[in-house]
Design a protein around this ligand. Structure first.
Ligand code: NAP
Length: 305
């Protein structure tokens, strides 16, 4: 097991310990940075090169290696686990279903079990595309019907997490956007980079989601952890838009050249099936959170201030 900066034993510091899986991913890293203000943070990564100047404890661990994963849990004995690690590339999952199952489902089952054993509350980051997209908007009580391998593996993980402890929480975010970029990436950043390099960007006109600001999402994950919310919670933006609408609004906000946006249908363009409209209802989150869901304009201001 490769522990970096792991000096927490010697300083007698008894701060609440949070273990974040997928810390070298887009969401996991932002959560680690925010959690650091209050907590002792243990950041799991698998393969990426890590910025050693970060103040948290980086730990290299493949979550499908259950022996190492168990050692990590028993060594750290976290109070909270925020499980972000996944194969998040939907088309890769479709082509490699066994790998997707091992990482997204089976490793999540083990994480649920280990969290229970060390008495840690586990927050699992699922997805909006556990729904088939035929009857939006979706609330937490709607029945998920995934239509591709990725959604099926994430839904199976949800069940493991919720079955293992009544204190656990599944959050379902929509697609992320944000400016901050240390690990991972997102559609907005890819689009900005392509437009700035004079490249055409295909944008879907007929697939609808509720894009969510990464800063708002990470803050909300920490808040619901502190409020001890349990069960399922949708965390998404207040507006449902197509990629094309989103791209138009962001290019206008950032004064970028929108003539390079190429409006296309998502049908027959992708390997895995995608739901047509997975607009999420955020009514429940809006009642719980101190900072309710954001419009796109508010989210852009938060990210590109
Ligand atoms: N991106 C979105 O818009 C979106 C929307 C809804 C839900 N989600 C969900 O939100 C979560 C975070 O997404 P993201 O976009 O931030 O992810 P990401 O940038 O694709 O990063 C994935 C993370 O998972 C880790 N990982 C993958 N396989 C692993 C393994 N075998 N062992 C240990 N770690 C492993 C990666 O580690 P290495 O890089 O070190 O290999 C990386 O830290 C995921 O669960 C995803 O399903 C994402």
């Amino acid at each position: 097991m490769d522990f970096q900066n792991l000096n927490y034993k010697s300083d007698g510091n008894m701060r609440t310990r949070i273990l974040v899986t997928g810390a070298s991913g887009y969401l996991g890293y932002v959560i680690c940075v925010k959690a650091l203000k209050k907590y002792e943070v243990f950041a799991l990564y698998n393969g990426s090169i890590i910025r050693s100047k970060d103040q948290f404890h980086w730990i290299k661990c493949n979550i499908t290696d259950f022996s190492t994963l168990s050692k990590v849990f028993y060594e750290i004995k976290p109070n909270y686990v925020i499980h972000c690690a996944a194969i998040s590339n939907v088309d890769f999952c479709e082509i490699n279903p066994e790998t997707a199952y091992q990482v997204n489902s089976l490793a999540s089952k083990k994480i649920a079990l280990l969290s229970k054993e060390v008495q840690a509350k586990c927050i699992y980051v699922s997805t909006d595309i556990v729904f088939d997209g035929e009857t939006p908007p979706y609330s937490e009580s709607d029945k998920p019907v995934p239509i591709q391998v990725y959604g099926k593996t994430k839904l199976e993980a949800e069940k493991y997490i919720l079955d293992h402890h009544s204190d656990n929480l599944v959050i379902r975010p929509s697609v992320f956007y944000g400016a901050e970029h240390f690990y991972g990436t997102n559609f907005a950043l890819q689009m900005i980079s392509m437009l700035q390099n004079g490249k055409r960007v295909p944008v879907f006109i007929d697939q609808f989601r509720s894009p969510v600001s990464i800063q708002w999402l990470a803050n909300s994950v920490i808040e619901v952890l502190e409020l001890n919310v349990t069960g399922i919670l949708h965390l998404a933006g207040r507006e449902s838009v197509s990629r094309a609408d989103f791209a138009e609004k962001l290019t206008s906000y950032l004064n970028l050249n929108s003539t390079l946006l190429e409006k296309v249908s998502y049908r027959n363009q992708l390997v895995a099936k995608r739901p047509r409209n997975v607009t999420l209802s955020v009514e429940k989150a809006d009642k719980i959170l101190s900072n309710p869901s954001l419009t796109l304009e508010e989210g852009f201001q938060l990210e590109w201030y």
